[in-house]
Design a protein around this ligand. Structure first.
Ligand SMILES: [Zn+2]
Length: 92
């Protein structure tokens, strides 16, 4: 019986670029290198096929959300604000 060797799928590490709109990112396609989807992680929109077909969360939105959160943490640090201090009490 021949042994089958599976080549592990390379990790999807796309380029994520800033768009002209604050909080909106351009996430590179996994299948089509050099093609970018416009992704708004807060409004939960993406121009990819999965999102077009009503997929609740595509990988581009998840990635854009990670970048958004990293940027948020960097902005907080730049202002000398710690994560705990940013919590704003909201009346229920
Ligand atoms: Zn997408």
């Amino acid at each position: 019986m021949p042994r089958t060797t599976r080549t592990p799928k390379p990790a999807y590490r796309p380029h994520v670029r800033l768009s002209d709109v604050h909080g909106v990112y351009l996430v590179e396609s996994e299948r089509f290198a050099g093609e970018y989807y416009t992704t708004d992680p807060i409004l939960e929109t993406c121009t990819c096929e999965a999102a077009k077909w009503g997929r609740a969360t595509c990988k581009h939105r998840r990635l854009a959300l990670q970048v958004w959160d990293a940027h948020r943490v960097m902005r907080l640090r730049a202002r000398g604000i710690t994560e705990a201090a940013r919590t704003i009490p909201v009346a229920a």
